[in-house]
Design a protein around this ligand. Sequence first.
Ligand SMILES: Cc1cc2nc3c(=O)[nH]c(=O)nc-3n(C[C@H](O)[C@H](O)[C@H](O)COP(=O)(O)OP(=O)(O)OC[C@H]3O[C@@H](n4cnc5c(N)ncnc54)[C@H](O)[C@@H]3O)c2cc1C
Length: 368
Amino acid sequence: MPAADFLVVGSGLTGAVIARSLRDAGREVVVLERRDHLGGNVHDHLHPSGIRIHTYGPHYFRTNAEALWRFVTRFDDFYPYVAELRSEVDGIAEQWPIAASYIRRTIGATWTPGFQGTPTNFEEASLAMMPEPVYRKFVQGYTEKQWGVPARSLSADLAKRFDVREDDDPRLMRHAFQGIPRRGYAAWMSAMLEGIPVELGVDFLQERARWVARRCLIFTGPIDEFYGGDLGRLRYRGQRRTHRFHPEVDGFLLAAGQVNHPDPATGPQIRTLEWKRMMPPDEARAIRGTVLTQETPYTPDTPDGFEYPFPDETNRRLYEAYRQRAAADPNVLICGRLGEYRYYDMDQAIARALMLSRRLLGEDLTAS
Ligand SMILES: Cc1cc2nc3c(=O)[nH]c(=O)nc-3n(C[C@H](O)[C@H](O)[C@H](O)COP(=O)(O)OP(=O)(O)OC[C@H]3O[C@@H](n4cnc5c(N)ncnc54)[C@H](O)[C@@H]3O)c2cc1C
């Protein structure tokens, strides 16, 4: 029966960072991965044209923590990449997040937010930041495509993920350190797991009796799946992606690497990506043609499609019931975006995994 002191299920950022930290501290670790590649959702691949595609959607790395930046650049150089997005509104690729100058141009110099008071849902929280017509054009349609439900039924917290730019700063994020691994995310993740045994194509839940974790099982898959969904299934959204190569294009087709489509009249697609814009400029210039990818949200029923935890009260409560059950088992740690049913940006996922690793090592040291 295969055994290891620490068995890590899942080779995404959470599992890989924990495995790396335990291995660096001299512990015995084995990683199991259900997919046929390691790296979880930050994985990328090359289109035959040489254009690098982020397989599970665009990933822009950013952090304000120098120690975290040192950690990630240990496994590859990062080239500078600061994401700038657009939203297609009235046929124009407007800045996203919304620029205050857009509001002044379309509403007037003195405008009032569409909601006053303490917001109780996503719509109210968004309206508290902007006039109602601006909310309808930029935010409501996008949000309802993304989640497939009225914006009023979603949690107010979700609106913390964007703002209105008083200074018209076009950068999506203003973190001190921003970039993308030069050799790509897949190579970066392989370097992170170098020297650690990784078994690909193994679904731990299908063969859990075959594996022994002597000290701790670290599970980074969906928490409800771990318990067979016996309290109910947590809800997720995912994206279907269709790629199209335009061989004749010498340069770019879109105004930015990511253009959002908030208008319901434009169809169910939520955004279009132009990957070449996310590559180092010298590499992009050498490639003829461009790949555009359209993303369309849907409700996945198999775990491989789970991307975004559903931000509402019903799912929060169900997750809490599973979390309490997991907390009662000292030999199992369920973590990561699927294990904790929480959207973590990459820097947050890494910081949390480093913290959990220190906790695992502390417990390990006192136990021996
Ligand atoms: C569309 C999208 C875009 C994003 N863009 C950004 C961005 O621009 N910037 C940013 O900072 N963050 C971004 N993120 C967040 C980023 O993807 C996460 O922070 C990261 O994926 C978290 O890693 P994880 O290891 O927790 O989860 P995952 O990457 O999902 O890894 C979990 C792994 O566990 C495996 N697994 C699950 N169950 C089993 C099982 N039973 N047996 C074996 N293996 C199993 C899975 O196959 C998977 O490889 C984005 C996320 C999404 C969904």
